[in-house]
Design a protein. Sequence first.
Length: 298
Amino acid sequence: MKVSSILFAVAVIVLVISLFCIWFYPSVQDFMASNIMWNGLRSFNSEFGADNIDSLDDLPELPDKAVLVAIPYLDYSDEELSKIKRFVDNGGTLLLMDDYGYGNSVLTYLGVSARFTNKPLLDPLFCYKNPSIPRVTDFAPGLKESGIDVIMLNHATTLTNVMDSDAIASSTSASFLDVNENGSWDQGEPKGPFVVAAQLRLGKGTLSLVADPSIVINTMVGRDDNYNFLRYLTRYTGEQGRLFVDRSHITQTPLDISKTRLVSTREALSSPYALVGITAIIFVAVYGYTLKKEKSIG
């Protein structure tokens, strides 16, 4: 056997093994749908039938009750912000969840006065295990009527400049903002209650704000009434294809990028035209190889 044939076979084997590793090895990055660990979005995407999008160009022109979930750990360009505004103005719902990212850039562009404070919310009295995991029990009437009594946050922040009529969830009076981030209350640090979720009309659509994106990760989405809280915010009714998660502004590792490209390639190759092309290439290759063999034998 020729050396070139051996090298080609080895290259093919290495490529196949690499593709299998990329496909089956789970992500460990925060908020990735392929992450089955505590910090992934596998459970949320499965429960809510969410579709991941890697570009805001994938948003529908006529949203009609569609929901865009945005976790802005990477900044948006003006062009992208324009697409978000058009999405909401035309009737879509933007669920913007942030703690220490670029949520305020989105709010500024949308012309909304509300802001994320980007300071840790601690509650030493109403919490789960430690003050960084506060429980929220104060809700607007609409949420209480939906059976939401308590939600659990995880290293959250708070909202400010929110009108009373727009606030839908607030921390307890025992909570405080840990401005100097030393883990305890110090003289001069603001005390609660603080708004942690708000909802307001914007154009024909709705803007929902939550000061903690961690409520959607695998270990949090089922805690207390978090699931029902998310159903309320997204108006989820079990229909598929209405809820989009913007994956393009979540920090991704090389593995996540490779997984995304692999999935895109698979989808492209699964189209009828691609299948016909692949079949034709295989036929030509086999036919050419057969002719070559016949000539060498003859």
